[in-house]
Design a protein around this ligand. Sequence first.
Ligand SMILES: C[S@@+](CC[C@H](N)C(=O)[O-])C[C@H]1O[C@@H](n2cnc3c(N)ncnc32)[C@H](O)[C@@H]1O
Length: 253
Amino acid sequence: MTQQSISENHYAVQSIAQRKHGGGVGKGERSHQKHEAIRRFLHRQIPVLAKRGRGLIIDMHAGDGRETPHIQPDFFAGGALITTPHLAIVAARKWGADVWLCEKSHGPRVALIAAHGHEATVLRNHNTLDLRLAEIAAAPWVIVLNDPNGHSQHGVETMREIARANPCSDFIVVVNCGSLKRHLAVGKSDNTGNEFALSVEAAKERYSWMLEPEAWAQQLFKRQHVATEPMYLSNEMTAQVVLCSNWIAGYGK
Ligand SMILES: C[S@@+](CC[C@H](N)C(=O)[O-])C[C@H]1O[C@@H](n2cnc3c(N)ncnc32)[C@H](O)[C@@H]1O
């Protein structure tokens, strides 16, 4: 697919109702800010990793792969949201890597196959990555994109398995700290031991570590991490983009 034909995929920014019914799930006028952070992290790591040979880029939440036009923030910037499948494919073309795109919803998956099926493997759920750990282990390097990590059922254990299978694995995780904080603040425990109070306590125990970028590095067995500031993108999404790796190019600068 050429750059031109990817650009022909434009469609309008979607309403919340439209997003809930597939299509451009989670894409908004400001989403390009988080994608720019993902792009910078990818391009920071891959030139060095690629010296090890042909690697593997896994997008755990690919969506439909279609671009979304965004508002023009200033005179020079404007244009369209470049989605994570597109970012993965452009990087793979440039530096040499296989691309696996995971998408569990049927409609978006069909769109993804149509747009990118000829140069990427499309998987129906990221939980099927468990069956491919031998291939993951054999790759000279792996980069995993998890955008967004919605904290519940968004594949933390799968990421840990990938990290165990291949120590040369980097993770770029987009934490929706807005929705996570909302979830954790839903109610305060009143120490009465009632069911609601217990479920709030359980959620806190299970998810509150996700607000700390350093904890992501620990969970994924990595020595280093860098993270953006949380970016307010919409009422549904405040995104913090976290890169975890054993070796980060220019770390500490
Ligand atoms: C917000 S969209 C992803 C957006 C995409 N990263 C982009 O840049 O356009 C999240 C997608 O993850 C998919 N998803 C959620 N759980 C999944 C799973 N277990 N395996 C594969 N896809 C999943 C949803 O169907 C949805 O299309």
